[in-house]
Design a protein around this ligand. Structure first.
Ligand code: KG4
Length: 335
């Protein structure tokens, strides 16, 4: 079954053609350069750029896959969560396509598709498993019970891990998207020098909080500016990266222990973090747990993962009609 998938939830316009778990093509038009000017994503600009590039991105995806629109069996699209204006571009485009082709329209939850990126990289991976989902907008620990069944164990009470990286990096004067830059700069530095708190969250043992950490970094920056002291930016990057990894790894391993899950997947943009990958690999190996993370090209937003999750949504009967709407927020376990 060939699926044409569309993704426009934030600042990447993407289209892909997939066949079950196989990727026949995956095209991503990123807007990073334009948003860099403002230090973050400007929603209105994102929506406009999606409108401008979506037709061309779709054409490239079809050309690269060597298929025509007539050979497509279904159209899958990210419909939630994300920037509402950006999502609406993809949703309306997909609706028009599905209607004109007279093919099923499959709505795909953005976080479910991030998990599905692991199905591309690991053809043997099947639910159930535990997934740490870490992106720019979300940090959630979920039990993936089956391809479309999820139980949320915990999530962030304030900022997402990626957001913490991005905002702290911006305060340090690093280029957007800060998480990537921070990861690169941190690699050569020692992480012991600056004291950063380990946030405690009272709502649940698998819940996260990153806003205090971000504030602690900003306070360090402000204090050193007032005292006219130079900050060691690579060391601060390494310290923050280390602390975020401590938190993510501790909660994930705790959840694995309590649920008895032997398989752990990591997904979302922050799953590209080199230290998170290294330490997770080490900790899982020590405990005899199997660890999965996506190839780097599928960590960030892309449409191939939407097509793969779309396949499983289609099999479970999740098919929309032309009344499909976009939603800025929606839990991964929605029904
Ligand atoms: O999944 P994604 O592309 O978009 C969302 O759905 O949010 O994630 C983007 C986030 C950004 O916060 C970015 O800074 C972060 O992923 N990110 C990283 C790395 N690569 C991307 N954070 C830390 N280390 C990285 N190597």
């Amino acid at each position: 079954m060939k699926i044409l998938a569309i993704e426009s939830s934030c600042d990447e316009t993407a289209a892909a053609v997939t066949e079950e778990r196989r990727v026949l093509s995956s095209v991503v038009a990123t807007q990073i350069e334009e948003h860099r000017l403002y230090g973050g994503v400007v929603p209105e600009i994102a929506s406009r750029r999606h409108v401008e590039s979506i037709s061309q991105v779709l054409k490239e995806a079809l050309d690269q896959a060597g298929v025509t629109l007539r050979e497509i069996d279904a159209v899958a699209v990210t419909f939630a969560p994300g920037l509402i204006g950006a999502l609406l571009v993809g949703v309306n485009f997909a609706k028009g396509l599905a209607f004109s082709l007279q093919k099923p329209l499959v709505p795909v939850h953005h976080l479910r598709s991030h998990i599905a990126a692991n199905y591309i990289t690991h053809p043997e991976l099947e639910p159930p498993f535990l997934c740490l989902l870490v992106s720019g907008g979300n940090t959630v620990l979920v039990e993936v019970r089956d391809y479309t069944g999820f139980r949320i164990l915990g999530g962030t009470k304030d900022d997402a891990a990626g957001e913490c990286f991005d905002k702290a990096a911006r305060a340090m004067g690093l280029a957007y998207p800060g998480g990537v830059t921070l990861d690169r700069i941190a690699t050569t530095a020692d992480h012991q020098k600056y004291p950063l708190p380990f946030p405690h969250v009272s709502t649940g043992e698998y819940d996260f909080s990153f806003s205090g950490l971000k504030t602690a970094v900003m306070n360090l920056i402000n204090r050193s500016a007032m005292k006219n002291e130079a900050l060691d930016i690579p060391v601060l990057c390494a310290t923050l990266r280390q602390r975020v990894c401590d938190i993510l790894i501790e909660k994930t391993l705790l959840a694995a222990k309590h649920t008895g899950c032997q398989r752990i997947a990591v997904a979302g943009g922050v799953s590209a973090n080199s230290e998170l990958r290294r330490r997770m690999t080490e900790e899982c190996r020590k405990r005899g747990l199997s660890l999965y993370y996506p190839d780097l090209c599928y960590c960030g937003d892309n449409a191939a993962m939407v097509g793969v999750q779309g396949y499983y949504e289609f099999l479970s009967g999740n098919i929309a009609d032309s009344s499909l709407n976009a939603f800025a927020t929606m839990n991964i376990d929605y029904r």
